[in-house]
Write a protein of this length. Structure first.
Lengths: 175, 753
């Protein structure tokens, strides 16, 4: 029973593959702010990725919660450009600004974060490396593995029943 | 509370799978506890219920509250999370004595047929006994806690969601083993004397103290990640580490030492150390050989009364009719931009998604509320049809043809993107239902023509509810057969389904005419095992044996392959493929390319695959029946696989476009050109949900296939050989479904902001 529940817990837990936060990709001063950019999953791979930004005042490191944060991803090799607004509503941790974007290909991407706060515009940018997509194998493996596991359990059950034909009739009195 | 603190405290995550799992556990426990509380109120008290509920709540708080949101930024938050998973949740759960309530709370068939063989497996029970030994529990917790606090592993967990979840699972389950002998969980017998639990707890505290001391007194940051993340509220990495060490030390020690003190005090009070006082082992978890009545939706308070209300169906049909008329009016005269029109949103985004979810959760609720048959029912008060539906046409082939046409037209003419076409299709539906049923008796349109009805009939075969006789013995003494013949106040079944001999939901519109007509009130909406009518193959009233119905097999296969083709048609790669061919051939219209795609994917490829499976099944299994009969028998086993795909696809539309009605209503109210379009909602658990639907569809399909093979061929290896081609086909379809889930989708019926 506990094994059964454990399997379910583990499988369902896979759904949390893309929470905000994750690995710190860059951390730079921009005007009066300290901007930290997190990405998830780690390592960053083509497919859906979470980009989260923590904006802090350099003076006292208090989080800034009323800015407008934009994300721009540019891949020079294929002239692909992705723009997104990062918002606190999309973030799990409400001190962060998060955006979920889909990176179509692997390689080097230029990531720029623009912030607008009280008419003050700041920007930081840097390069990030994106590996080949591993979404299916990485984040959703539990769901793909569920059918084989259940089939194995079913085969085992059939084997148990065939091994002991009286089992079916006596199943209820065993505990 | 300032803005930052408010933001921090609002950082809860809607972790839907976790929430669903905890709710399922809570409901199962509560059901079992409720039954046991009635039998043994002194043993299964409200305190046990409360303890279990608190344990589940603790897990939720640990994994979905701001504690989890800040675990990556603050070591102390992470430490609190681990303490909750190790020292709070497990003992609370065990204090609820959950084993028996959870088993009693499970559906009887699941406990008896699925889990039963495992419970009586001697070797497994020996393993179970071994792992709940106190030595194993103590060692597993000590090893797990020390191991996961090694910097290398801790860092691994901080950088990978998968490893982090494994870390949590290790903490939680090793703690469950640790706390088992301390609490004395039924059905264990104490292995060690009760006094041994005192050193057991004290020694565990020593390990905890050692680790805490390392964290408190270290002069450098042990986990480098916490040095690289931004610091909040001016807390430095080293002071964060010292605080987390103190949290581990003080509350951790209390969690270990408090139970030890309780044990000592109890021993002092009683004068000696007793073994754990456990309830005598019950002989049976479930009462044996007690025929339980099937759960009946009509017996549920309020809902049952509403459903039995004589004018209930008419009321919901009238509501649906009004909605259909609104869709037609807006489709014909409103904006022809689909996301701004009821005809572009209601049928394609909402209705389809809700209909399949209703099929999954209950049954054929769409036909119950069908608006198309309401006008003809009204007309029949004045005109009585004279003819019977032609005998030769009493098959599903007309519906098969119409479904193929629908699938093709949907993509070729972009029905989803054309409110006017949608409106005309709905009007055509009304006209067809009215014309056919004005001439022919009964519900000929529903039974033999309506493609939407066939979709619901076939998929309702895997629904959990069925309109069915409550007590077969009562029907044995019936001489009036009101359920099919009707009486002076209520018509009988228009689809010729005689209740005592009815099997499954095929051709049942859930109209509840039989429920109203039965003078004994012996017809209910009973709970059944999903899909059981697909493998039992008993001769059913009005439908005969499914294995002798090539038309039903063709219909089932069309819906199965249609599910995948329909979903694939909106994926980026397939659309690009069609556009490439369109450009290469220099055609003026996409229709020929779409037609070729549909002929290939809906007719030729499925035909070849199914014929090959039928032949292989016959050849490998050396079955005594021919390929055609094998195909008819196994075709229905694929229905759950297709249903899984329909669920994945249509729930995707429903969830991502749940708010697509807002701009339609806004445009109707204000008639403004600039409408605010809410962004499509794409929660990160959506692919998981879609994969779960595909998984469940595949597993149910394989199970039904297995039962069909066992029925057709006697003998282990031959049974497997007969089944194998269909297993391969199911897996191929499932793989196609998984591929579709991860493709970029065209957001139909929505305007992306």
């Amino acid at each position: 029973m506990q094994t059964f529940l454990f399997v379910i817990v583990m499988l369902l837990a896979q759904a949390r593959g893309f929470a905000d936060g994750g690995t710190v990709q860059m951390r730079k001063d921009a005007g009066p702010f300290l901007v930290t950019v997190f990405t998830s999953p780690a390592p960053l791979s083509a497919g859906p990725v979470d980009i989260s930004v923590l904006l802090q005042n350099l003076d006292g490191l208090a989080p800034v919660l009323d800015a407008r944060v934009s994300v721009l991803l540019r891949r020079e090799a294929s002239s692909t450009e992705i723009r997104a607004h990062a918002t606190r509503e999309q973030a799990h941790n409400k001190l962060l600004y998060a955006a979920l974007v889909t990176l179509p290909e692997s390689g080097k991407w230029r990531l720029s974060i623009t912030t607008l706060h009280n008419a003050l515009r700041t920007e930081i940018s840097g390069e990030i490396g994106v590996t080949q997509s591993y979404v299916m194998a990485g984040s959703y493996w539990g769901y793909i593995a569920l059918p084989p596991v259940m089939i194995a359990v079913f085969v085992l059950r059939e084997w148990l029943i065939r091994r002991k034909p009286t089992l079916r009739a006596n199943q209820c009195k065993i505990i | 509370m300032d803005l930052i603190a408010a933001a921090a405290f609002s950082s809860w995550s809607l972790n839907a799978p976790l929430l669903c799992m905890l709710l399922a556990l809570a409901l199962t426990y509560f059901r079992g506890w409720h039954l046991l509380n009635a039998e043994r109120p002194h043993k299964y008290t409200a305190r046990r219920l409360l303890a279990f509920a608190c344990g589940l709540t603790t897990i939720f708080v640990a994994l979905a509250s701001p504690i989890d949101a800040f675990a990556g930024l603050l070591l102390e938050a992470h430490m609190v999370q681990h303490l909750l998973l190790i020292m709070v949740a497990p003992p609370l759960l065990w204090l609820g004595q959950p084993v028996l309530p959870l088993l009693r709370g499970l559906p009887r068939w699941l406990f008896r047929d699925v889990l039963g063989p495992f419970f009586s497996w001697k070797e497994l029970r020996q393993v179970g006994k071994a792992i709940i030994h106190p030595l194993i529990g103590w060692c597993s917790l000590a090893v797990v806690v020390i191991m996961w606090h090694l910097p290398r592993l801790y860092e691994l967990a901080l950088h990978s969601q998968g490893w982090h979840e494994l870390e949590h699972a290790c903490f939680f389950w090793s703690a469950m083993l640790f706390w088992w002998p301390v609490i004395g969980v039924w059905p264990s017998q104490p292995v060690w004397p009760r006094w041994a639990m005192i050193p057991y707890l004290v020694l565990a505290d020593l390990v905890n103290t050692g680790l805490s001391a390392v964290m408190c007194f270290s002069d450098h940051v042990i986990y480098p990640t916490y040095q690289s993340v931004p610091r909040l509220w001016g807390i430095s990495a080293i002071s964060d580490q010292v605080t987390s060490g103190a949290i581990m030390w003080v509350p951790g020690s209390i969690a270990f030492l408090a139970p030890a003190i309780v044990l000592i005090m109890r021993a002092v009070e009683s004068g000696r150390f007793h073994g754990v006082k456990l309830a005598p082992t019950p002989r049976a978890v479930m009462p044996r050989n007690v025929a339980r009545k099937a759960w009946d939706l009509l017996q549920v308070p309020v809902i049952g009364s509403i459903l039995r209300f004589r004018y209930f169906r008419r009321s919901i049909q009238a509501l649906m009719l009004l909605l259909a008329l609104a869709v037609v009016a807006d489709g014909l005269f409103g904006s022809q931009v689909a996301p701004m029109n009821l005809a572009g949103v209601l049928p394609w985004t909402y209705w389809r998604g809700l209909a399949v979810i209703a099929l999954l959760a209950a049954g054929n609720l769409f036909c119950m509320a069908c608006p198309f048959t309401l006008p003809r029912d009204l007309a029949r008060r004045f005109v009585t049809p004279q003819f019977r539906w032609p005998r030769r046409l009493r098959v599903k082939w007309i519906a098969v043809g119409l479904l193929i046409t629908y699938f093709w037209a949907y993509e070729a003419f972009g029905l989803w993107n054309s409110p006017r076409s949608t409106a005309w299709v709905i009007l055509g539906y009304f006209a067809a239902a009215f014309a056919i049923d004005s001439v022919f008796k009964g519900a000929s349109f529903c039974k033999y023509v309506c493609p939407i009805g066939q979709f619901h009939f076939v998929h309702a075969l895997v629904s959990p509810l069925e309109v069915k006789v409550r007590e077969p013995a009562v029907c044995g003494s019936c001489t009036t057969y009101d359920c099919i013949r009707g009486n002076d106040r209520q018509r009988g079944c228009e689809l010729n389904l005689f209740q005592p001999k009815k099997t499954g939901n095929l051709d049942c519109t859930f109209c509840l005419d039989c429920v109203q007509a039965c003078p004994q009130q012996n017809v209910g909406i009973l709970r059944v095992l999903p899909g059981q009518s697909l493998y039992k193959d008993t001769r059913g009233s009005g439908i005969a044996r499914l294995s002798r119905r090539p038309d039903v097999a063709a219909l089932a296969l069309l819906l199965v392959f249609g599910a995948f083709v329909n979903a694939a048609g909106m994926t980026g790669p397939v659309m690009m493929w069609m556009h490439r061919w369109h450009a290469q051939l220099g055609l003026g219209s996409m229709v020929p390319v779409v037609t070729v795609f549909y002929v290939l994917s809906l007719l030729i490829v499925p035909g070849v695959l199914v014929a090959a499976c039928g032949w292989a099944s016959h050849y490998w299994g050396r079955a005594s029946i021919g390929s055609k009969d094998l195909i008819c028998s196994f075709a229905v086993a694929l229905v759950p696989v297709g249903f899984g795909m329909w669920l994945a696809h249509l729930s995707n539309h429903l969830i991502t476009g749940w708010n697509s009605l807002i701009p339609v209503i806004e445009s109707m109210r204000s008639q403004k050109a600039s409408i605010h379009y809410p962004p499509a909602w794409s929660p990160n658990w959506l692919p998981s949900l879609e994969l779960l639907f595909l998984d469940l569809g595949l597993l149910l399909g394989l199970y039904i296939g297995w039962r069909v093979a066992c029925r057709l061929v006697v003998g282990g290896p031959r049974t497997l050989a007969t089944l194998l081609p269909w297993v391969l086909l199911s897996i191929a379809l499932y793989s196609a479904g998984v591929w579709i889930v991860f493709q970029p989708m065209q957001m139909r019926g929505m305007m992306m902001q």
